[in-house]
Design a protein around this ligand. Structure first.
Ligand SMILES: Nc1ncnc2c1ncn2[C@@H]1O[C@H](COP(=O)(O)OP(=O)(O)O)[C@@H](O)[C@H]1O
Ligand SMILES: [Mg+2]
Length: 454
């Protein structure tokens, strides 16, 4: 039990509460004025004396006789009663010790008791007929002890102990439970069950331990999603590799049969394969994160005009023109990655533009409301086309690897759905973002936001 957190907390709180109880009882009994036993004896003596006087006042000698002989308590106590004028009404002469006790009681006005050698009490009882005095001596002090409410005290102590144990148990469980739940979830994850979560088992509780469980769940969810996307990616790659390979085999057989066309197709398929593998490798490298990317001062306008020049060259066949609006801006970036980011987006715009269409590329610096004038914190690169745009439900998925809108999939000329995911990750390693939205007048607008870092 001491090895578990629950056991430790329980034991410590339990011991503490018991020690505290014992200590407070000790203080109450021994360090404050009246010892409990004497207090009890005094209360008892007080009550007894009143009864004696009462029975005398009500029934005279006969009433007193009746009380002293028929009451069990009274038979155990040797009783002396003095009247208001000091005359002895009942009992024998007082011993010097009793005399002293009587003087004390008279002086203090309270019931005085001594319980050391024998149990003796002296009490002054005020009545309308004057002050009576009762002096009593227990004939069998041991029997008196038995009348002490010890059992009641013990039951009360047991009850307190039980109550304290219950509280300690509840407290220990309360503290240790999130830890147990977390431990359980961790074990399940370690055993390969990535769907294990901790926080739901603790709802609706809220505290630091539950926050810890929630953060654990976020971590677990992230790992699960990552594993899932890796698996998906592997499947997609294999799938994409299979069809060109099948075509290559068919073409190879045709070429063996002397088909010259087949050689050309083989070449094209090999090129596609090469491109695909290149893209997958790029994506993989970008996923590894920022630390592998070398940044240098890069003139954004130069990169953009290179991309636009190439795109214009490609667009000539369908008379699509690409226009650039840019101002000279230098940012910390990796020129090759930046170029491939913009290139992938501009290529798409070009591909989905209608013949004789126009693509606009615009670059501008923006500063936050907090930014000092003339010190841009962000650059925005917008690429707009006049094509069909994408269905709204597809917008959030455009940046997933291998995702293509259904219509593009049947299109032979289409890519493999890696372009935008590469663009997004390339922006991400620069600390930037890429978003896409449909334009009001038709066509897609893709916005790249990059931080300006010096
Ligand atoms: N400018 C655009 N206009 C319309 N659809 C687009 C545009 N850009 C991208 N898309 C859609 O987004 C999908 C993903 O784009 P991308 O990742 O570049 O893959 P790919 O170009 O290889 O198909 C495309 O298949 C296409 O359906
Ligand atoms: Mg593309």
């Amino acid at each position: 039990m001491m090895k578990s957190l629950f056991g430790k907390i329980f034991l410590w709180f339990w011991l503490t509460s018991i020690l505290l109880t014992v200590a407070s009882v000790f203080i109450a009994v021994f360090l404050t004025g009246t010892p409990v036993l004497r207090q009890w004896a005094s209360n008892f003596g007080d009550l007894y004396s009143r009864n004696v006087v009462q029975s005398y006042l009500l029934g005279g000698d006969a009433g007193l006789d009746q009380f002293l002989t028929s009451t069990e308590q009274a038979r155990e106590i040797q009783t002396t009663l003095f009247g208001p004028d000091g005359e002895r009404i009942r009992g024998g002469a007082l011993t010097p010790f009793q005399q002293g006790l009587l003087e004390e009681a008279r002086a203090s006005g309270r019931t005085e008791c001594r319980i050391r050698l024998a149990w003796q009490c002296a009490a002054v009882v005020d009545t309308p007929r004057g002050k009576f005095v009762v002096v009593g001596r227990a004939l069998h002090p041991r029997r008196m002890v038995r009348q002490l409410p010890l059992s009641a005290v013990l039951t009360r102590a047991m009850l307190i102990l039980l109550f304290a144990s219950g509280l300690c148990f509840a407290l220990a469980r309360y503290i240790a439970r999130p830890v147990e739940v977390l431990q359980h979830a961790t074990r399940r994850i370690a055993a390969g069950d990535l769907s294990a979560r901790a926080a739901p088992a603790l709802a609706p509780r809220k505290d630091e331990l539950v926050s810890l469980a929630e953060e654990f769940d976020v971590m677990a969810a992230r790992i699960e999603a990552l594993m899932q996307s890796q698996r998906q990616m592997l499947g997609d790659i294999s799938h994409e590799l299979r069809s060109p390979l099948t075509r290559l085999r068919v073409a190879l057989e045709l070429a063996e049969g002397g088909d010259a066309e087949a050689m050309k197709r083989m070449n094209a398929d090999l090129q596609k394969l090469e491109q695909l593998i290149e893209q997958v490798l790029t994506l993989n490298r970008l996923d590894a994160g920022e630390k592998w990317v070398e940044l240098q001062s890069t003139n954004l306008e130069t990169v953009l005009s290179e991309v636009v020049r190439d795109a214009n060259y490609e667009g000539r066949a369908r008379n699509v023109s690409v226009e650039l609006k840019a101002e000279p801006l230098t940012i910390k970036a990796n020129p090759a990655l930046l170029k491939s980011c913009v290139e992938n987006i501009v290529r798409n715009a070009l591909r989905y533009s209608p013949d004789n269409g126009r693509v606009e590329v615009e670059e501008r610096a923006v500063s936050d409301s907090t930014g000092r004038v003339g010190h841009p914190q962000w650059v925005e690169i917008r690429v707009r086309d006049h094509g069909p745009g994408v269905p709204p439900e597809a917008l959030p998925r455009l940046f997933e690897p291998f995702y293509r809108v259904a219509e593009s999939r049947s299109e032979k000329s289409g890519g493999r759905g890696l372009g935008l995911s590469i663009a997004q990750r390339a922006a991400a390693v620069h600390g930037g973002t890429v978003e896409a939205k449909n334009r009001e007048g038709g066509g897609l607008e893709v916005l790249v936001k990059l931080p300006v870092r010096s």
